[in-house]
Write a new protein. Sequence first.
Lengths: 784, 166
Amino acid sequence: MGIEGIGARVARKEDKRFITGSGRYVDDMVVPGMKHAAFVRSPHAHADIKKIDVKAAQAMPGVIAVLTGKEIKADGIGNLICGWMIHSKDGTPMKMGAWSPMAVDRVRYVGDAVAIVVAETKGQARDAAEAVEVTYKEKKSVADAVEALKKGAPQLHPEADGNLIYDWEIGDSAATDAAIAKAAHVTKMHIVNNRLVPNAMEPRAALGHYDKGEDHYTCWTTSQNPHVARLVMSAFYNVAPENKLRVIAPDVGGGFGSKIFIYPEEIVCLWASKRAGVPVKWVADRTESFLTDAHGRDHVSEVQLAFDADNRMTALKVDTVANFGAYMSLFSSSVPTYLYATLLSGQYAIPAIHANVRAVYTNTAPVDAYRGAGRPEATYLLERVVETAARELGVSPAELRRKNFIREFPYQTPVIMAYDAGDYETSLEAAMKEADYAGFEKRREKAKKAGKLRGIGMSCYIEACGIAPSAAVGSLGAGVGLWESAEVRVNAVGTIEVLTGSHSHGQGHETTFSQLVADRFGVPIDSVSIVHGDTDKVQMGMGTYGSRSGAVGMSAVVKALDKVEAKAKKIAAHLMEADEGDIVIENGELKVAGTDKSVPWFQLALAAYTAHNLPGGMEPGLKEGAFYDPTNFTFPAGCYICEVEVDPDTGETEIVQFVAADDFGNIINPMIVEGQVHGGIAQGIGQALLEGAHYDPASGQLLTASYMDYTMPRADDLPSFKVSTSNTPCPGNPLGIKGCGEAGAIGSPPAVINAITNAIGNNDLAMPATAQKVWSALKAATKH
Amino acid sequence: MSQVEMVVNGRKVSGTVEDRTLLVHYLREHLGMTGTHVGCDTSQCGACVVHMDGKAVKSCSILAAQASGSDIVTIEGLANGADLHPVQAAFREHHGLQCGFCTPGMIMAATDMIARHPEGLDEKTVRAELEGNICRCTGYHNIVKAILAASKAMGKAGKGKTKKAA
């Protein structure tokens, strides 16, 4: 592997700028003549817009323009769309309501954009936004998805009768019901997956610049996928044709899914730049982020898990209601369907599975993919019901899982996914050993003497990464292909640029992608530059989400490297008068195997560009591109064990031990992989213990719209984590890697709740398990 | 409007600002020093931490006018030329950052924390004292590790100097 190659624990190249304050985020960008924008937003969850009076605002100091939804509509800018078509079980297409970039006659959630003010300074823009007079006629609102389905609930969109977007199913309903009917035991649960706000630390921002002379637009935006942004804004929103629109996502301060989607603000800033004749920058404040970033999760489910007399799983039946918020965000429809229900088999051989999912409009912020996207919801549901079943059956949770593990691969689940490889037993064993699972009872006794209730819980998760084979997702309704592209440019002096459609917003691509090149050609990673995040530099790409940059993005780089290597070897063979098959690349040199003949890498590169002595008919230069379309999803899996101590007097939970044993296949940089797992676990523990987005049921106001009200995990809420990996290579891609970005957030919530419920002896506990909830559950348990 | 003048990273600066201008906005928008970040509106996240007269402060909670006359050090002024400050070096070595957005505030808070604890730090103290800084990427695991390592390294360096002086 070399000291900087595949598998090496290399310190990150990108850190230099971040630790010295030299990072370049959207809010750091300044364009000559740039002005500042503030949005006027709905204070109501549901209301008709009767009148918008902008006169007073227009007269305020520094104001350049005040623009409304009517004007953007009149200019032909299109509505926002959801790009994944789902059909209901009756065959009808999903019911997508209109989402104008700025509301025209109706607002549907608190924070819905109504108008934009452009002014000389940020302060002036905000002052003037306050002076825009909007006359609303309030309507009844509904924030809860189950309530929104009830008869008589307020209706959001004329397109979606009863607020139902789709009623979808997967699996064999009859076989599942039959298996449940003759089961020896059925565990039934009501499971709520709490609504979360992603909270990337960098708030969303957009800088739109219309260049009149060139009739060309540039958009700097906080995006995980700038090419998708350009595609969607061109093809659907009619902002500008692709060749007239450049999208740049520079340093981006975290995404976790929330920066995948194309939001109204970037569209409006681009359009407003043309209308106002100045570059327009908007930066969300934190409350604006809470109100308008796409939220995550928010499922309510009923589940039944059936067993035969030998404790083997025979059937799983799931009925889920998914809250979509006021509008369908870009990939919202795929989250509770193909990213959720297809993972319900977990690590277990379950012969019959059926899931029904209803997607529902409510007067809340749009809901879409958040770290894990569907898989955390599936894992939480399954791992809570498996742990509960073990308790009901009076068997060890570890043994019940072990007994039902899938052990032969490939394995076709009853819900589309075909698992290619895995070794669940190894992860389970590793986690139990690291956690000293066997010694738990002793620790419980010791804690009891100290007046604490100690509990242990586990979770065996599987997820699907590396989204995904284009033809397959196309057949399931995706509006795009999910390949990735790469270009490897060897410069005439031997330094190398790798252009990728993947986007790094914390994942360390500048380091790990460089490691691939160092590994292949034996050159130092400092001679490699990774270029990403700019549609003028990288032709096309699908971006970073779903833990796809390794499995898909890097595979594209590998394909391009293969081509470069093949051409380099041809040139080397020609220069050294050797057989092409005898050329090997080692330590930055091309050598003729078994001889002392060699050409240094830089000299080979120069030869490719001087073109004085190339093989007959060969084109000059050394630059190759590739597109990689995956053959399957990848299936990372693992076992997480959480141990807690609950203070019975206060209900406070302390996580005293957290163990993660993951199987990510081959690993490029273990340091970065561990960091991804740490971060994921913190978000999972946040969901389990602390975080929850709450809307007031009567008014539809978001009650948790600041860091004073929404509990983010802080350093003193968390322990240090014990993480390890086992490596069953993924057979589906050239590097054998699976993806590690979301596992932590997927595997951890059920482990935490299983531990707390184990400690307090009451299984009826919803996330987030705040001290008050735990204390109440404990009191309820001790009443009996 | 207010007249402000202060020393930022050893350089005298002055200007006229709106009275409501926060120190962080003065640094970012008037001086073009964008290393200090804004991650919230409620003084919770700590992305904006700078040193004012030797103490860590959240620059979103201080008016530029209030900071007039003071000595400010920001993330841009922490390294000694090309030599990274030990806390910066430890964050890199221990992978204490991912997206980099909270990092300037984390490093400035950590530097202050280490200075306030010349006796050394333990994990519990670091976690408790990081309460005013939010990171969404790292789960704090490697940030804590980096601060403990930097504290140790700086303690050793400090002791070395004392010995030499003696």
